[in-house]
Design a protein around this ligand. Structure first.
Ligand code: SF4
Ligand code: SF4
Length: 481
């Protein structure tokens, strides 16, 4: 298998002894082909999702937000269609991030860097920004000549126009981000009427500014030097993972195209550099697999165009596994193995974690309880000798309806419950909690001294509502016996 993880070759103009090479702007050549189309389609779908998803509505009943995907910071809730995550349920977010990470590992071990080449935001926006340059300045050669040309009013004007369009796209990206944090229709109106909060404008500036700098100016430097994923992804590859490779056995010995188009006693590579010029990270895939290769497949499209021109079979640069590459070179049968130890491990972990998450979500309780035992003092001995403990009892009503709960105590004979501001002296208490909110109650439990057997007795609060019961264990403190 070819080596993955080499550092990028120095730019041709740099002396090989230089320890530091200034990066040179890469102007990828436009190509047509399957991978280019796939990349555009992926971008269209992702950008459409990014900008339109906040406008999807989801009916949660009166008074509840009707936005399907929403991170409601003020209300301290996150919504994703039928799923509603409370701050106490942050473990769902952890689970989702874990699923996303394992999915990425599985995707990489099966199909190589398709995340980097097709789905990553850096790739999507860089593609868009390069398309703007292409539209305003021209194709690769014109952009190279434009860079070399001395500054003039025409050059300044074109540069300004490119930056202006980039700024517009970046601002749209930033605005899209803010729409996930409030009602999308209202937020959009507020942004354009100047009534949005400083935090909203700040978020647009930060996210939009990052988009502008990373996709407009940093580009492939992000993939090569900043992104941590590129560093460890080689650990997910094996010889059956799909990668972009140059079929050296077929391409070498390379040489300029023969005038008579006779390739019978030479390699198929005509050394035209079309693959290098199409590459958004500026590498030569003929030198072997490379850390900087994001797996976008544009070099394949470029080379296929060249192969078509000379009537040669396509696939001199191919998207295939190292095992197939070697097999083809030796005229052995090729095939694609999906079930391998690493894909089985990733798939197994993914199935288990997803099942647990799904089970938890579908059987998620619609009420939860938090209890805090008062510490100062731990207990009070009343004038009649009885012992009193104080608690802060919180009820999380996660249902879209107002509810009345009944609270009882078990494990302490003769105990009464007094809710501050409510009933007192009864063996049970009623608690009303509005829909989709947290009810916080201060309460005292009083028990006859004779029934308090130790300085720390386990007791159980039992909260009931129709069809639901939540039992919570805590301690009741008393004097040393
Ligand atoms: S070598 Fe090919 S697949 Fe890799 S980044 Fe360059 S164009 Fe994309
Ligand atoms: S595009 Fe194909 S033929 Fe041209 S240099 Fe690259 S590999 Fe060789």
């Amino acid at each position: 298998m070819a080596i993955i993880g080499k550092t990028p070759s120095p730019a041709p103009s740099c002396p090989s002894s230089a320890a530091y090479a200034t990066s040179q702007k890469i102007h990828p050549r436009g190509v047509k082909g399957t991978f280019r189309s796939l990349k555009w389609w992926a971008s269209v779908v992702l950008l459409a999702y990014w900008h339109l998803a906040p406008f999807i509505r989801w009916d949660r009943g009166p008074g509840a937000p009707s936005q399907a995907i929403l991170a409601d910071m003020a209300g301290r809730r996150a919504y994703f269609f039928f799923i509603e995550i409370w701050p106490q349920e942050i473990y769902y977010l952890t689970g989702m991030l874990f699923i996303a990470a394992i999915s990425l590992f599985l995707m990489t071990s099966l199909a190589g860097r398709i995340w980097c080449g097709f789905l990553c935001w850096q790739t999507v926006y860089t593609d868009l920004f390069v398309a703007v340059e292409r539209l305003v300045i021209g194709e690769r050669n014109q952009r190279l000549a434009f860079d070399r040309a001395p500054m003039s009013p025409a050059k300044l004007g074109k540069k300004a126009l490119v930056n202006l369009i980039w700024a517009g796209i970046a601002a749209a990206c930033g605005i899209g981000f803010t729409l996930y944090f409030g009602d999308a229709f209202e937020t959009l109106t507020e942004i354009f009427t100047g009534e949005a909060s400083p935090a909203t404008y700040g978020a647009i500036a930060v996210v939009g500014g990052m988009c502008f700098l990373l996709a407009g100016y940093a580009r492939e430097q992000v993939c090569i030097y900043m992104c941590p994923y590129a560093r460890f992804q080689s650990a997910m590859f094996d010889e059956h993972s799909l990668i972009i490779s140059y079929e050296a056995w077929r391409g070498e010995a390379r040489a300029p195209a023969p005038a008579n188009r006779d390739f019978s006693d030479r390699g198929h590579c005509v050394d035209c550099l079309a693959c290098v010029q199409a590459c958004p990270t500026g590498i030569d895939i003929r030198n072997g697999n490379h850390l900087a290769c994001i797996g976008c497949g544009l070099c394949i499209d470029a080379c296929n165009q060249v192969m078509d021109r000379f009537g040669l079979p396509r696939g001199l640069v191919s998207y295939d596994s190292a095992a197939n590459l070697a097999a083809r070179g030796e005229n052995r049968q090729t095939g694609f193995r999906i079930l391998r130890p690493r894909t089985l491990v990733y798939g197994g972990i993914l199935a288990v974690v997803s099942s647990v998450m799904l089970f938890r979500l579908t059987t998620r309780p619609d009420v939860d309880v938090n209890i805090l035992h008062e510490r100062a003092p731990l207990f009070v001995q009343m004038s009649d000798g009885s012992i009193r403990n104080g608690y802060v009892y919180k009820v999380l009503n996660m249902k879209a309806e107002d509810r009345t709960f009944t609270l009882n105590l078990s494990g302490l004979e003769g105990a009464t419950i007094d809710v501050v501001g409510g009933e007192s002296g009864a063996t049970s208490a009623e608690m009303q909690v509005s829909r989709d909110s947290v009810g916080s109650f201060r309460l005292y439990v009083t028990a006859p001294a004779a029934k308090v057997a130790s300085k720390s007795m386990p007791v159980t609060f039992v909260l009931s509502a129709p069809g639901r019961e939540v039992r919570t264990e805590t301690l009741f403190a008393g004097p040393e016996k």
